[in-house]
Design a protein around this ligand. Structure first.
Ligand code: SAM
Length: 242
């Protein structure tokens, strides 16, 4: 089965040659402008299907508020702000994303979620959050981002660095399926095409391994089957304390 999977993946890779070439000559950069529009539509449908899961996950956020203070949240790869509605009222929010074209949608989401205090939007990748001080954040959030970053370990190091001791890293990510499933098979076959469709997204990443090795003191991680398109059904969610 593995050889059939590899063969089909190579066929898809060959079919993607025009995309590889566009990427190589810089034309694919145009998609960076279109991607936020796509994500704006998709995240509405994702939030509907994942509403209970997100509500459950973010229910634990207030536990990380300092006594008498407000909750400071840093969101890595915030996109259009699909998580804002789940954050506790009065939370202070620092948003980051490497794609500046999300700002238009982000501003709209901010206007709809006036229960939060927006500190700033920083155009930065998760691997380099130098705009955020060490030990300054109560909660770092990453949803559907670790599939897209170039360096997962470095992004987790940045999350860990910016968190205050006792702060928590919250995550919700689609991941590679179980090796014995058709989902795993098709994830590997379609990955070369999905990379472009998803703006650098990997559907074959075993993200839980990176989170487990990121040096957090306490990790609550669950594998779930999300009520989504079969190829992104396998998800992990949870939080880890610094
Ligand atoms: C599928 S979208 C998810 C957006 C949002 N987190 C959500 O849950 O709706 C992936 C996001 O990751 C961002 N991203 C891509 N590479 C990144 C990186 N290296 N560091 C941080 N974010 C990144 C993209 O710009 C995009 O906003």
């Amino acid at each position: 089965m593995t050889s059939v999977m590899r063969f089909l993946s190579s066929v898809v890779n060959i079919l993607c040659i025009p995309l590889h070439l566009s990427h190589a000559v810089g034309l694919y950069g145009i998609y960076k402008r279109i991607f936020p529009f796509c994500i704006n539509r998709m995240s509405k449908s994702y939030n509907k299907k994942m509403h209970d899961k997100k509500k459950d996950l973010f229910r634990a956020l207030p536990e990380f508020k300092k006594a008498g203070g407000q909750l400071t949240i840093l969101e890595i790869g915030c996109g259009t702000g699909a998580n804002f509605e789940f954050y506790p009222p009065g939370s202070k929010l620092i948003c980051t994303d490497p794609n500046p074209h999300f700002e238009k949608y982000l501003t709209e989401t901010m206007a709809k979620n006036d229960h939060l205090r927006y500190e700033k939007f920083v155009v930065a990748s998760g691997e380099d959050l130098r705009a955020v001080e060490d030990d300054s954040i109560d909660v770092v959030v990453c949803t559907l981002v670790l599939c897209s970053v170039d360096d997962v370990s470095q992004t987790l190091r940045e999350a860990h660095r910016t968190l205050r001791p006792g702060g928590a890293f919250f995550f919700l990510e689609h991941v590679a399926g179980d090796t014995s499933t058709w989902t795993y098979f098709f994830q590997h076959v379609l990955q070369p095409l999905w990379y472009y469709f998803g703006d650098g997204c990997s559907i074959v990443r075993e993200t839980w391994k990176y989170v487990e090795e990121a040096g957090f003191s306490d990790l609550k991680l669950r594998h779930i089957v999300a009520p989504l398109f079969f190829i992104i059904k396998p998800h992990i969610l949870g939080y880890a304390v610094k």
